[in-house]
Design a protein around this ligand. Structure first.
Ligand code: NAD
Length: 306
């Protein structure tokens, strides 16, 4: 199949590109390289440097005749979305609609969207949350993810196009940006390796569902199947807090490092954990990476970058 993947130069997108190419698909990456990197790009993929909000998207889709749109491009920082909701919405909502309009017009068969199980549910009532859990996102970033899901439902209902929204937990692994605000594993691993003191926000008891990037890439391949439709959580069903991540990484990288806590982040969600039962029942996906090994592989990657 011919697949367009937005954000294919980024952390998760580049692993999805690798998985699609291994599975024998033709891949075209659409990226503006705002956070994506040339070195992440698979040599067998074609790259179009373009902004997802651009009017040129229409002509590109007209000329290329993609079978699938996989949409990973986004501004990914929850705090940026809180500080500048307009910027977030222009990219994360209007950018999506721009792509979906072109997809419908030029007969893309399916859209796969990178949603966020860590933010669309808000503070959870049930652990782990399944896809029927109420959605009460607490940030513009989470609202934008949920809004994209609503648009995709609208397009699927009114036009001949299918969609899958993958609600990821906290994705970690090689190529994650260690200099951003998001991605505690990458940030701590990198700091411990270069001898900078990591700071744990607040009491460090906030939990997330950490899912390894190659498991996420595998899910993106599985949902190409025709029977895959609608919303699926992609997580492990396990909660891990920041203190545990810090101590596991410290143990591997620098046992002498002190544990230092800073101010709690205002409005930060307390707990998050996702059930993967639905995608397991329908497509047989389950996480394969053990967390300890996943951390070691991530540290190994950052070690090589120094
Ligand atoms: N990392 C996580 O834990 C996580 C969790 C849930 C959902 N997601 C979603 O997965 C997707 C990928 O996230 P990531 O962690 O790989 O981030 P990333 O920043 O590494 O990747 C984003 C990519 O999109 C590109 N991009 C950004 N704005 C663009 C624009 N206007 N036009 C074209 N390209 C643009 C960037 O250059 C980059 O290559 C995002 O949609 C994110 O919201 C990530």
């Amino acid at each position: 199949m011919k697949i367009a993947i937005t954000g294919g130069a980024g952390f998760i997108g580049s692993h999805v590109v690798d998985a699609y190419i291994s599975a024998g698909h033709e891949v075209v990456i659409l990226d503006n390289f705002s956070t994506g990197k040339r070195e992440n790009i698979n040599p067998d993929a074609r790259v179009v440097e373009i902004d997802i909000t651009s009017a040129d998207i229409d002509l590109l889709f007209k000329n290329e005749k993609f079978d699938i749109l996989n949409h990973h491009a986004a501004q990914i920082d929850v705090r940026v979305s809180v500080n500048d909701p307009l910027f977030d919405a222009r990219l994360n909502i209007l950018g999506g609609i721009n792509l979906y309009e072109a997809s419908v017009k030029y007969k893309v068969k399916k859209i796969i969207f990178a949603s966020s199980g860590g933010t669309v549910y808000g503070e959870q009532e049930v652990f782990p949350a399944d896809e029927t859990h109420p959605t009460r996102p607490l940030s513009p970033y989470g609202i934008a993810k949920l809004t994209n899901e609503h648009y995709l439902y609208y397009y699927a209902n009114n036009y001949k196009i299918d969609y899958v929204a993958l609600r990821y937990g906290n994705v970690y692994g090689p190529r994650q940006n260690p200099h951003g605000e998001a991605g505690v594993v990458a940030i701590f691993a990198n700091k411990l390796l270069d001898g900078t003191q990591p700071i744990i926000n607040g009491d460090g008891k906030q939990t997330r569902d950490y899912v390894y990037v190659s498991d996420v890439a595998r899910a993106n391949v599985l949902v190409l199947r025709e029977q895959a439709k609608g919303i699926y959580n992609i997580g492990t069903g396990e909660e891990i807090d920041v203190n545990i991540i810090f101590s596991m990484l410290r143990e591997t990288v620098n046992p002498q490092c002190e544990e230092i806590h800073g101010k709690a982040q205002k409005g930060e969600q307390k707990r998050s954990c996702l059930s993967y039962q639905k995608i397991y029942d329908e497509l047989g996906w389950k996480p394969q990476m053990d967390f300890t090994l996943g951390l070691k592989q991530t540290v190994g990657f950052f070690y090589q970058q120094i």
